[in-house]
Design a protein around this ligand. Sequence first.
Ligand code: GLC
Length: 472
Amino acid sequence: MTAAAAYNHQVDGTEAQNKAINGLAQEFDVTTERLRTITNQFVEEMRKGLDHEGATVAMIPSYVTGRPTGEEVGRYLALDLGGTNLRVCEFELKGKGDYSVKQQKFVVSDALKTGDMRDLCDYIADSVDTFLTEHCTLPGEGEEKLQLGYTFSFPVLQTEINRGVLKQWTKGFSTKNAVGKDVALTLQEAISRRNLPVNVAAIVNDTVGTLMAYAYSFPDTVMGVILGTGTNASYYEKTANIKKWSPAENDVSAGSDEMVVNMEWGAFDCEREVLPLTMYDNKVNRQSRNIHQQLFEKMISGMYLGEIARNAMLQLIDQYLLFNGESSPALNTQWGFETAYLTAIENDKTADLSETKQILEETVGVASSTTLADRQMVKKIGEFVGRRAARLAASGIGGVMSHCGKVGQESIIAIDGSLFEFYPKFEHHIREGLTELFGQEAANKVRFALARDGSGLGAAIIAMMAHKHGKH
Ligand code: GLC
């Protein structure tokens, strides 16, 4: 899209409304030039993170070495904590990339997210107990425990495959007595209090799980990316490049030439040097539980897009340019406008945007009867916010590809998360961003693969690999 076309949006409204919407288009645009600047900075930050501890982009060694062969077999448990739900799964790995799974979901209440870590771990252990009772055959007396891969999708500074302390919370969690503590040990203690025959064999970031799950069928997969409630990525790095890392002498990963790195890219540019933050982003940041942290994530991921759009709408309402100047209790409330509404609105193909009307008037409770222009404007805002998120994700993906020397090569990128799966045109916009960065031919060589719920399978595979390497 040319610069002129980018700001030539039309709604069936007044001149002032059209002017406002084009102003927003400009504010939310990430120009090709800016995309390049961000990508270059991203590569620089990756280098810093590999070089020393404490860098903004943490680049955490995951202790996952080697690639799955697809021949892994056995019965493994997986836990998935990190978004809206807690999932407990049992995987039967059958080899040749084949598996079967039993799983159960449990809701993690806001009280648990903000309460004490002991209560959260007790809840998780109770959920494992319920799942085992309802779905599994337990090992008999004297038999080996069940091995569990724990997908814990927050920044954990790992020291072994099943040891690591929580660096900080992200995505709205603020559970107390957790930061600085070992996440596997705390869970293992809760499991042991219940005498469950379960061993926490591995701590797994969801991006690492996603990468491994896809690599189970396609060993050449380059990256695992999450574009969901939060955003992050992992990829295979040469151990020689992870300058800050020196393995303990008896560490099984010591001899490996590559290791998966959990980037924690959501933290990128918390110095606010290159990200094109708008006043709406600043407000989301200011009101968040983790002020000035995860700024890249706050511009990209599903937890925040609705909130950014809500703030943009409020600004228009206060100028009497939207909904006749009337808001609603939901719109006035933090988190009162879900990203899922934007998805539904962008998917509304009716000529009069009647589905949008229903969402705005019935679900969101906008008092006045909305006009077509109102609805078009909201739809446009969703489009701008989503396109910007996808383009920023492209700069992250592009940064990793440049760093790894993968530009121009056939590459598979495994992606999971509700944004990628459901947000209209998300993949299209990522691809467009990559095309601007690297040209059509190179962009065409990248394949994005949806690895739905991959992190559970990945965690089971990693638990298996850890177990095989004799980690108990
Ligand atoms: C947040 C977490 C990160 C996770 C991502 C996606 O950024 O810090 O660990 O991978 O969300 O769930």
